[in-house]
Design a protein around this ligand. Sequence first.
Ligand code: P71
Length: 461
Amino acid sequence: MTRIKSPAEPFRIKVVEPLRRSTRAEREAALKKAGYNVFGLPAGKIAIDLLTDSGTSAMSDAQWAGIMMGDESYAGARSFFRFEKAVKNLFGFAHVIPTHQGRAAERILFETILKKGDSVPNNIHFDTTRANVEVRGGIAVDLVKDEAYDPDIERPFKGDMDTAKLERLITAKGKKRIPLVMMTVTNNSGGGQPVSLANIRAVSAVCRRHGIPFFFDACRFAENAWFIKRREPGYARKSVAAIAREMFACADGATMSAKKDALVNIGGFLTLNDGDLASRLKNTLIVGEGFPTYGGLAGRDLEAIAQGLAEVVDEDYLEYRTAHVAYLGRLLDESGVPIFKPVGGHAVYLLADRFLPHIPRDQYPGWALTVALYREAGIRAVEIGGVMFGKLDPKTGREVFPSLEMVRLAIPRRVYTASHLEVVAEALIALHKRRDAIKGLRIVEQAPHLRHFTVRMEELA
Ligand code: P71
């Protein structure tokens, strides 16, 4: 399998952390105790952890140096101003409000602007965004182009929103019931696919025409900008930083989980142009997160974000990053393991319904695959399918499933080498050969929102 070449890491390793081994019996016991939910596993019993790329990056020497330089003043810390400058430099909005992570930015935003019954369009909402809309009685509407749901068409920008669907929604609901339009870059629930600048401009034009604010869910903005540079005509010679600025110039603001493309372990922010709204958001922030110059973070965290934002737009890094993820995709694809195509920016998504055609959707094939992968190889992945996004239809009492049933192998940034990816590919190829032995599951216990985090399951005989 090493015929396919892996990209060379554009860094050398200065600090290491041992990987842990476990026996199959230990993993079996851990699964049982966790209710067959990989979120419940102790990380000490995991060999390679691909649960998420969020908050799992390795920081650079310059970021660690920044940690020592953190100014921990309650108000007006030097670190805040450095952070604010770094965010403004790439995002270009007038106001920057730190939060402890992305979902706090979402909560504060929706708490302030969303009324019961309002609709919030997005290309596809990720789980926390959807939950933050829905817990306030809002309706989260996914308006991505249909091609996003076809895992086989190789198109460059499968994260693009369908502007005709957006126009129809605005006509149907009225612009007063749509407090904002969001756009997730890259589109995490749809295979980590990028959105083109042409589409960003088109969506922005629709929003401006109707006077509806347009916000990015910007977690993976740098990976998105890299794909624009590589795939969209006219951008090959622009810098990723310039492309990012061009993206954000089309919008009114953004929520950001810094745990992804700011290369840090914790943090987030809200950034926007509207001064009145910024003041209202800060009032909400003070009640729940902290004073507006730290927003639930330590000064050192703000330093690390500022430095991370400078590093993430480095083009050697982004070329390696996307090639590294694509390398795992190619190893799997060449061996007939079904994956979503093309490979996204931060993860390879397995097509669980094709991997396990003998398991019906109501026995959660994606979830079953995460259990099997851990049991066999100590590798942790996450289901992005029927458990994460399934809904009970109040009329029929039956579960309605999202169209894609996937398992995401999210690759932490600067953490694993190409050899680790080869171990993952080998385990999955072996599992695919023995797939008939994998069993479906049923839900024993679940929470009303974001059930995947705490659900308890039982394997079916
Ligand atoms: C990811 C996560 C974090 C996560 C979520 C569910 C299970 C496991 C891990 C978080 C996102 C995201 C997008 C597009 C907002 C958030 C929230 N993603 N928007 O993909 O992907 O950010 O975690 O900092 O609160 O693993 P937050």
